[in-house]
Design a protein around this ligand. Structure first.
Ligand SMILES: Cc1cc2nc3c(=O)[nH]c(=O)nc-3n(C[C@H](O)[C@H](O)[C@H](O)COP(=O)(O)OP(=O)(O)OC[C@H]3O[C@@H](n4cnc5c(N)ncnc54)[C@H](O)[C@@H]3O)c2cc1C
Ligand code: SF4
Length: 332
């Protein structure tokens, strides 16, 4: 492990002044919240900051639900959010995404902010024994393209990186048009979650639009009639304690037995949490008939590119959409 200094700032403005940069391996200073992802990467020598800036006790952890929607303080834990009665009742897709993530121990410790900014599970990124990883060492190549890529993305990839985004929570939130409140040395701004993560392009080591020093302070979700009739379907290699091979977050506004409006996002298949607007448009006015759902789900495959081991995801994600829409539609 690379030696680092642990800073415990007395307040948030002192923390912001360190200029730590989330989601970059080349950053000399990085934040740490619950530490469930960060500590693993420090131990494996994947991340080598000189300074770690602790956010413990500095960020809001409140969960507020009202007529305007939902606000989750960045320090709220995955367990607290998953078990909140208003979220279970009015935003089941969020609760389900969290309960299908990690383990109870991790969920007790991990925070909302850290969840959105966790790093990819690409095994080549997480093992410094592999020299070729553009995300860890810019310009070094990509061992996954042409290597084992069963876990990798088929949407939003580039010739420089095909790593899948790992967060289940982000998939549920993006389907509900969530945004993040960002605080930094130069003030506050709001970033739609759909714009927080960057596509890998030719700079996969730059994962978000956050500037040095900026922290995620809170997540907001606007009130929406579809949120109550929502579902998170996660397909994984074992029944618990496993990341998504493919997942689908679905929220439906129904007009009798027909879909008035659908919101759909996919996990495990994109280099960032992936919304599928063409599928949503095709579902507007459709019934829950399986053939109609199947026809609409086919739009998810537009632009998808498999790399061999992960080709199966292109079919699987369409089936996940059909199954998740059926389950959400059957909800009262
Ligand atoms: C065994 C295991 C299984 C897991 N399974 C799943 C799973 O199935 N699904 C899933 O979605 N996740 C899974 N995870 C990942 C887990 O959800 C994340 O590790 C956790 O959410 C990270 O939160 P944290 O507070 O511990 O973040 P940390 O580890 O402290 O930080 C993670 C990153 O976020 C940055 N950061 C943290 N908070 C902020 C903030 N407020 N502002 C700016 N930057 C910040 C840090 O600098 C760091 O880059 C698993 C983790 C483990 C260890
Ligand atoms: S897919 Fe991305 S993270 Fe994985 S080895 Fe290639 S460059 Fe690195």
């Amino acid at each position: 492990m690379h030696p680092f200094a642990l800073e415990r700032p007395r307040d948030l403005s002192a923390a912001l002044a360190f200029g730590a940069q989330a989601g970059r391996n080349d950053a000399p200073a990085e934040y740490i919240a619950g530490g469930t992802d960060m500590v693993q990467l420090l131990q494996e020598d994947v991340r080598r900051p000189d300074r770690l800036i602790s956010l413990a006790g500095l960020l809001d952890g409140r969960i507020e639900s009202g007529s305007q929607g939902l606000r989750l303080g960045a320090a709220a834990t995955m367990a607290e959010v998953a078990a909140h009665p208003a979220i279970m009742e009015q935003y089941p897709v969020i609760s389900e995404a969290l309960l299908n993530s990690a383990s109870p121990q991790v969920r007790n410790q991990a925070t909302m902010g850290g969840n959105l900014l966790q790093r990819t599970r690409c095994p080549y990124f997480r093992d410094i024994g592999y020299a070729d990883c553009n995300k860890r060492a810019p310009g070094s190549g990509c061992a996954a393209i042409g290597g084992e890529n069963r876990w990798h993305a088929v949407l939003g990839t580039s010739e420089n990186c095909i790593a899948a985004h790992p967060s289940d929570l982000a998939v549920a939130l993006i389907a509900l048009d969530a945004a993040v409140e960002v605080l930094g040395p130069s003030g506050q701004r709001v970033v739609p979650l759909a714009e927080l993560h960057r596509l890998p392009g030719d700079a996969p080591h730059m994962e978000t639009v956050l500037e040095p020093g900026e922290v995620i302070a809170a997540i907001t979700v606007p009130a929406n009639p579809a949120a109550r009739r929502s579902h998170y379907l996660k397909v994984r290699d074992r029944a618990s304690f496993e990341f998504a091979v493919v997942s689908a977050a679905v929220a439906l506004d129904m007009d009798g037995s027909r879909i008035r409006q659908a919101r759909i996002a996919l996990g495990g298949v994109g280099t960032k949490p992936w919304r599928v607007p063409r599928v949503e448009a095709a579902l507007a006015g459709a019934s829950l008939d399986e053939a109609a759902l199947r026809q609409a789900a086919a739009f998810a495959a537009e632009g998808a590119q498999g790399r061999g081991d992960n080709d199966f995801k292109i079919e699987l994600m369409q089936r996940a959409i059909v199954r998740a829409v059926g389950i959400a539609g059957a909800r009262a």
